[in-house]
Design a protein around this ligand. Structure first.
Ligand code: ATP
Ligand code: MG
Length: 354
């Protein structure tokens, strides 16, 4: 892109985050393992952007490269135009990263930890913002507790507070809601939305696809280190089959339905575009001698798109705006379920094979 193109109307001068052709190969005892195979996309300033993918897809590796914790094998990442390697000091100051792994110093109270973290960024009087963070994240009554005394969910929230202590312009959350209860997930998202309204850009990963659907304006899905979808959330949703028939049954589905179905225990979910298809499915079930109970029809959601895409072995990398994509009209052949998601089918394969 030429410098002139960078300043097109309505677009900020720099993307909040720009990933360019990122590859990462780890040396393992079994030989080299490529975790990222050429990832390129931009997160624009002001977006809440979702990075989704199954376990082992490469999300944390990408975020570690962004945060300067891991070096890419090739490619470049910049934060507001600052390269994360050559302009590390600037990019680090602009970024607030909540890592997936819980890391904390057991010797300090929560408030002390936040003060010390402020000091790393040269911020002296940060008491008001620290109070705001503690309050907004539901940690006010734990301010003086030792980090060791916090529950798992509280530790995760403390890590969010720690990442935000320097009021970063670009907030990166790697599964911030894993292990966090429903009420506090909502508190966290309200707070993140507020920071976004106040001007911060947000990149998040989550396995709770309803959260991504509700929060993110755009979503990138990655699979085995490749971007397989990069779209506005509304566009992704419009690619899903229009509705899904859900019912409970005992026994084995006839093969014609089994090939199309997402099965979780007794719960069967099948794409159904119209009333005729619903009738055909239910009649096939009846003819197989099965009883369908608790029948529901629901709108397809992001999880349906995700499962289709992750199951599609032919899905090839796509770029935003190309029109080409990895979606197929056909059924999922097998399923890769998001861990912690709502529908983890029995025997779902998660993670990647090299
Ligand atoms: N230090 C490492 N050495 C070798 N392989 C690694 C290393 N770190 C990550 N990997 C491998 O790279 C792949 C991507 O891992 P990564 O942690 O980025 O996945 P992820 O998308 O964040 O998954 P999850 O949803 O489980 O958090 C995995 O196969 C993982 O085993
Ligand atoms: Mg991860």
């Amino acid at each position: 892109m030429s410098p002139a193109q960078t300043f097109t109307a309505g677009r900020a001068a720099h993307a909040a985050i720009a990933f360019r052709d990122i590859t990462k190969t780890f040396n393992t005892p079994n030989g080299p393992f490529q975790a990222l195979g050429g990832v390129s996309f931009d997160v624009e300033q002001g977006e809440i952007f979702g990075l989704l993918g199954p376990n082992g897809a490469g999300k944390t590796t990408l975020i570690s490269i962004l945060a300067g914790l891991t070096r890419a094998t090739s490619g470049a990442v910049s934060v507001m135009g600052h390269d994360v390697v050559t302009g590390y000091t600037q990019s680090r100051r602009l970024l607030g990263v909540v890592p997936q792994e819980l890391v904390f110093d057991p010797f300090f109270s929560l408030r002390e930890a936040l003060r010390i973290q402020s000091g790393y960024f040269g911020i002296r009087d940060n008491a008001d913002w620290i109070d705001d963070l503690l309050h907004s994240l539901g940690l006010a009554d734990k301010a003086n507790a030792n980090m060791r005394q916090l529950s798992g969910g509280m530790k995760r929230r403390a890590m969010v507070a720690q990442a935000l202590v320097h009021k970063p312009k670009v907030i990166v959350l790697d599964e911030p809601t894993a292990g966090v209860d429903v009420e506090l997930r909502q508190t966290l998202w309200q707070f993140v939305s507020r920071l976004n309204r106040e001007g911060s850009t947000v990149l998040l990963t989550t396995h709770y696809l309803e959260e991504a659907e509700a929060l993110c304006g755009r979503i990138a899905m990655i699979k085995r280190g490749q971007v397989v979808a990069l779209e506005k959330t509304s566009v992704l949703l419009s690619r899903a089959s229009s509705s899904v028939l859900r019912f409970k049954t005992d026994g084995t589905l006839p093969p014609a339905l089994a090939a199309l179905a997402r099965v979780t225990g007794r719960v069967v979910q099948l794409p159904a575009h119209n009333a005729v298809e619903v009738e055909q499915i239910l009649s096939t079930v009846r003819q197989a001698g099965l009883v369908a109970e608790d029948i529901e029809i629901r709108k397809a959601d992001l999880e349906d798109v995700f499962l289709d895409l992750m199951a599609d072995t032919s899905a090839s990398p796509i770029n935003a705006g190309t029109g080409a994509n990895g979606f197929t009209a056909g059924p999922p052949q097998g399923e890769t379920a998001p861990s912690g998601g709502r529908a983890a089918p029995a025997g779902a394969s998660v993670g990647v094979s090299s």
